[in-house]
Ligand binder design. Structure first.
Ligand SMILES: NC(=O)c1ccc[n+]([C@@H]2O[C@H](COP(=O)([O-])OP(=O)(O)OC[C@H]3O[C@@H](n4cnc5c(N)ncnc54)[C@H](OP(=O)(O)O)[C@@H]3O)[C@@H](O)[C@H]2O)c1
Length: 345
């Protein structure tokens, strides 16, 4: 397994990171532990979770995923073998998260971290990410930006200041962003340079063959500023495997089970997926592995966060690390993107 430096932190994380958001909903604790054991045996040392998980988010399941990971590290006594990333929720209408006053305020962050540390049964989080911006901006599939001058956002200075307190207290090692925009990333880096606030180490945003919007503004910033992408939903929720094509509804598939997850399900996505699947087959590749290899090999990507609900999926997804994409295949991928750009932004 290749490793790559997480920003300028000196930490070396595996090029594939293990996503966890199905654990506690689609996957049991035993299945989560089996996935963790297998991933670790294949050289994955990077785990991504969140106080929000599992998904879909619910008051009565919230925190289960972190608890499963905490129990696993406790049982295996292997906390020092993994880079542990988790997240604090941003401004939210989910009222089980500390209410309207919370958000990414100092108070909210200092409270949230205690819950995560307890569930994870650890003293320190390696990468503490802000799950989405507190301010009103465009993320989670929203392309256009509408400015709300009266928006009462928590200042980035306050959020980063709280993160600095956690670093000083030894509860957090590094800070990351998620669902961020170019403005948010550059602003945070500026604040680190000018105000001694922590330098963010990564941006966790969606990136896949069906959503290459990261390339527009953030890819350059990731490379020039050494603050790489932790790519989430690299299979566009499983769509890029081709299993939903022609109206198919695999009974255990996320999009079949949860009607709220339709972000990756639309006629343009179907048309593009049809072409990516055909292209993979033409090159003797598994479509999901081709899609994952594409993400992993982009120069602005620090780690590709894979997700799986079965061991077969996990084994195949991890094996994608050895898949080579020849130049003519990359050219053909770009041609599809040009015809059907970002059908699932
Ligand atoms: N920061 C954020 O806002 C954010 C948002 C989303 C995700 N994430 C992180 O990124 C991780 C990965 O995201 P994701 O789960 O959306 O990734 P994804 O790769 O787009 O989707 C993974 C899902 O696709 C299906 N699948 C996986 N491998 C497959 C294969 N080889 N063949 C067919 N189907 C396959 C499985 O679902 P089914 O079996 O149900 O079909 C699996 O759960 C999450 O666990 C989380 O850690 C972060």
């Amino acid at each position: 397994m290749q490793t790559r430096e997480l920003g300028t932190t000196g930490l070396k994380g595996s090029a594939l990171c293990l996503g966890t958001m199905t654990w506690g909903e689609q996957n049991t604790e035993a299945e989560a532990h089996e996935q963790l054991d297998y991933a670790l045996s294949k050289g994955i040392n990077f785990i991504d979770t969140a106080e929000l998980y599992p998904v879909p988010p619910k008051a009565d399941t919230q925190g289960r995923t972190e608890t499963y990971i905490g129990n696993w590290m406790q049982a295996r006594k292997n906390r020092d073998k993994v880079i542990l990333a988790t997240k604090v929720v941003g401004r939210t209408e989910m009222d089980w998260f500390r209410g309207e006053e919370g958000r990414l305020s100092r108070k909210h962050i200092l409270e949230a971290v205690e819950g995560s540390l307890k569930r994870l049964q650890t003293d320190v989080i390696d990468l503490y990410q802000m799950h989405w911006p507190d301010r009103s901006t465009n993320y989670f599939g929203q392309l256009g930006y509408t400015h709300h001058p009266k928006d009462s956002a928590i200042a980035l200075e306050e959020s980063l200041g709280a993160m600095q307190e956690l670093i000083t207290a030894g509860k957090v090692r590094h800070v990351g962003l998620s669902n961020e925009t170019p403005w948010g990333l550059m602003r945070c880096l500026h604040l680190a340079e000018t105000q001694g606030l922590p330098r963010v180490a990564s941006v966790q945003n969606p990136y896949s063959l069906l959503n290459r919007t990261y390339e527009i503004g953030l890819a350059e910033a990731s490379i020039r500023e050494r603050c790489g992408l932790l790519a989430y939903s690299p299979l566009a929720f499983g769509v890029l495997s081709g299993k939903y094509l022609n109206g198919a509804k695999p009974p255990k598939g996320r999009l079949t089970l949860f009607s709220r997850f339709q972000r990756y399900n639309n006629p343009k996505a179907d048309a593009a997926t049809m072409r990516y699947v055909a292209l993979a087959k033409q090159h003797g590749l598994d479509p999901a592995q081709m899609a994952l290899a594409y993400v992993t090999t982009r120069p602005f990507v620090t780690s590709n966060i894979i997700g799986a609900t079965t061991m077969e999926q996990l084994a195949s997804n991890i094996a994608s690390i050895d898949v080579k994409l020849p130049p003519e295949l990359l050219t053909a991928i770009d041609a599809i993107q040009e015809d059907i750009p970002n059908p699932c932004p």
